[in-house]
Design a protein around this ligand. Sequence first.
Ligand SMILES: Nc1ncnc2c1ncn2[C@@H]1O[C@H](COP(=O)(O)OP(=O)(O)OP(=O)(O)O)[C@@H](O)[C@H]1O
Ligand SMILES: [Mg+2]
Length: 360
Amino acid sequence: MTRSSAASPASRPVKISCRNLWKIYGTPPDRAMRPGQGPAAAEFARQLRAAGRVPALVDASFDVHEGEIFVIMGLSGSGKSTLIRCLTRLIDAEFGEVRLDGEDLLAATPKQLIDIRRHKMGMVFQNFGLMPHLSVLENVAYPLKLQGEAKPAREARARQMISLVGLDGREQALPSQLSGGQQQRVGIARSLAVEPDLWFLDEPFSALDPMIRRQMQDEFLDLQRRLHKTIVFITHDIAEACRLADRIAILRDGRIIQIGTPADLLLRPADDYVAEFTADISPASVIRVGDIARPGQEVAGARTVAGDLPVEALLTDIATGTTDFAVQPAGKYGGGGLTAARVLRILGRHGRQDDETAAG
Ligand SMILES: Nc1ncnc2c1ncn2[C@@H]1O[C@H](COP(=O)(O)OP(=O)(O)OP(=O)(O)O)[C@@H](O)[C@H]1O
Ligand SMILES: [Mg+2]
């Protein structure tokens, strides 16, 4: 349903990556030192905290592939906005590296950075970041103005984007005349106006009420099916993360605890903290049939189902006596055999730390 139909994003080139990234607020550390990795990094972070500094990002490493929706998830203060600011170089990390299309972003000159931000990156800020003295139309058209686009063309494009986020008729309003959710949509429209390759969204839907929020999530996924952006999306809502993400990184006190698909987090949580996060999520709606199918174990005469279906789609069949399914690969989801007993066992046991994919 929600994903682009191409193969797994993991097989596509890396768009942006970071390695051993640290951001320390407070007195800057000696940059000549090497903070170490794994337990050494944890110990260094502990020492920094004891000394009254804030290690907001601790040894973070990951790759985001072209066309992927990579969600960063964590409680308030866990370092999510800091991470995005380091990836866009709005602030500078003390240690580590960031690569964009294979190029060292930390080596970019200020002029190159401005150019990259203007042409390659779109950003939706947590606090909207709108210009108060400009109308909705002018705010959305502003990045195009910076690109040197002529007024008629940029306003036409801005009107399209405003319509896309459902704000037709409000083009002349000032930000102060809009609700928080409406302002957030202006921020979304503005960030899309330049058609960025790489799109950063910091809690873009947090000011919306639940119904509009779900609508915006659907529209966002629909947009992504058409535009195939590379997206880094921040949220502290695990349900939103599971709906939108190809993969999710769970951040705690600046450290990445686990990176995985929504199904990975449910079926194989790295620790109790991750398990607690996902405890309220309905596994039947998040886990796809292809996540738990067993390759090479098809049974003759089994009912055929697509790998990208949520497991809940099988429950009616199971209730009416179907015992075996032949799962066909679909998009990034694989195929194989699947029994009703396995489906029920996994749904009954999700959240435990045993490896469900390996078990029965
Ligand atoms: N400029 C700053 N100076 C000092 N400490 C900071 C600064 N900015 C952020 N911090 C601290 O760094 C940590 C991470 O902050 P960050 O804004 O990245 O969190 P977050 O995960 O985005 O939280 P939220 O969900 O509330 O937006 C917090 O402890 C915060 O207090
Ligand atoms: Mg934040």
